[in-house]
Structures are given as structure tokens and as C-alpha cells.
Design a binder for this molecule. Structure first.
Ligand code: SF4
Ligand code: SF4
Ligand code: SF4
Length: 205
């Protein structure tokens, strides 16, 4: 992504944010957060980045560019119960990059370096591939661009990384700007208890 594109995107988001606040009672007004509320949610079965059968295409980044919140209220989340703890994770590594002296891809996939790779337990130095690794997403850095989500699904991954609207960040626009832009109608309103926002971070527990 060019600097110009980045700057233009930031300006567009800032303008949308200002519009959202200014429109008050109209299309974008903000609603109060409360228990039992209806929230915006990513339907992974519909999202281009996570739906099966969509491969070898650029990840959809509209969840990043269209949200009225700076950086976006959408994050990638690793659902650890599904993660294979792979030695070479296609969401962490750019698996098309040159192989380094350790036999690993030399480049990372995430443009924001938002994924940390940590071995689980001790590594046998003579056989590091015979070990499990955890992949932890730093939600401060992640902007929900979807690249890792697109990479972490069959046939190479297990689909453990998905996009989620983080309700601690979302300002509950009356009409979600991402849902308006989404080509797959994958941003839907659901009761908060069904919004899958409970995924634990930073742990395989
Ligand atoms: S805009 Fe829709 S298809 Fe694109 S990343 Fe968001 S949910 Fe997925
Ligand atoms: S969604 Fe984008 S920014 Fe977030 S961890 Fe994945 S590749 Fe990195
Ligand atoms: S409803 Fe939430 S996710 Fe949608 S545009 Fe507004 S802040 Fe972003």
C-alpha cells in the first residue's frame, strides 16, 4: 500500500468519522451501549477472507478502510481451539518469499507486524519442525486488513483466524459503514451474546 493510499484512506476515514458524529439522528447516529443490545458482527461464512473456496485473490480490506473508527473496530482473532500450531503458518509467514538459513520463509505476511510467533515448550534444536508454535495477534497493531484470514484456511491453513468486530472499539453506528460497503453482506446485526466477541486472547487455554 502506498503512502499516498494510506494517507487518502486515513483522510477518508476521518471524514466519515466526522460525518458519523455530525449526522446525529440520521443514518449514522450512535446508539447507547447496553446489556442485551444488538451489535454488528462479521459472519465468517460470508466474508470473502474466510469463506471456503475463495483462494488466490487479494484479501478484502473494506473492514479496515470503511469503518468510521480510526484503524477500524475490526480485528483478526485466532480461535486457538482450531489452530494447528503449525511450524510454518501461512498466515504468519509469506510462504512465497525466499527461504532463509533456517529453512523458513524470510518474510512475514502481516503488513503491520501484528502477529507474534512463540514456541510452545522447549524446542529440539536439531528438529525445530517437530514442535508446536502459537500465533498471537496484537490487537493494538492489527487493523483487520484480512490478509492473515485469507491465508489461514484450506488448503493451507485450518481457518482458525477470523475477523471480529471488537465491541470495545465499535461505536455502534446505527448503520454500519462497513456493512453498507461489504460485497457479501457479511456484516450483520445480532444479539451481543451471539456475537462471538468472547474469544480469549494471548493464550491457548
Ligand atoms: S467488507 Fe465484508 S467481505 Fe470484506 S472483509 Fe469485511 S466482512 Fe469480509
Ligand atoms: S488482519 Fe491484517 S493487520 Fe491484522 S494480523 Fe492479520 S494481516 Fe496483520
Ligand atoms: S458500526 Fe462499528 S464496525 Fe461498523 S462502521 Fe461503525 S464503528 Fe465501524
Amino acid at each position: 500500500m502506498s503512502d499516498q493510499t494510506t494517507r487518502r484512506g486515513a483522510l477518508a476515514r476521518a471524514a466519515r468519522g466526522a460525518a458519523a458524529l455530525a449526522l446525529g439522528g440520521s443514518a449514522f447516529y450512535l446508539v447507547r451501549k447496553a446489556d442485551g443490545q444488538i451489535v454488528w458482527n462479521v459472519d465468517s461464512a460470508r466474508c470473502i477472507n474466510s469463506r471456503l473456496g475463495v483462494t488466490n485473490v487479494e484479501a478484502c480490506n473494506l473492514c479496515t478502510t470503511e469503518c468510521v473508527v480510526p484503524l477500524s473496530a475490526v480485528r483478526a482473532v485466532n480461535e486457538y481451539s482450531k489452530c494447528g500450531r503449525c511450524y510454518i503458518c501461512p498466515a504468519y509467514f509469506n510462504i512465497t518469499s525466499a527461504v532463509d538459513e533456517k529453512g523458513l520463509p524470510s518474510e512475514k505476511l502481516c503488513p503491520r507486524d501484528a502477529i507474534e510467533r512463540k514456541p510452545i515448550g522447549d524446542i529440539d534444536p536439531d528438529d525445530p519442525a517437530n514442535n508446536f508454535y502459537e500465533y498471537i495477534i496484537d490487537e493494538v497493531k492489527c487493523d483487520g486488513c484480512g490478509k492473515c484470514v485469507m491465508a489461514c484456511k484450506e488448503p493451507l491453513g485450518l481457518g482458525s483466524i477470523v475477523l471480529r468486530v471488537r465491541h470495545s472499539l465499535c461505536v455502534d453506528c446505527n448503520r454500519c459503514a462497513i456493512s453498507t460497503a461489504c460485497p457479501k453482506d457479511a456484516i450483520l446485526q445480532v444479539p451481543i451474546e451471539k456475537a462471538f466477541d468472547h474469544v480469549q486472547l494471548g493464550s491457548h487455554d
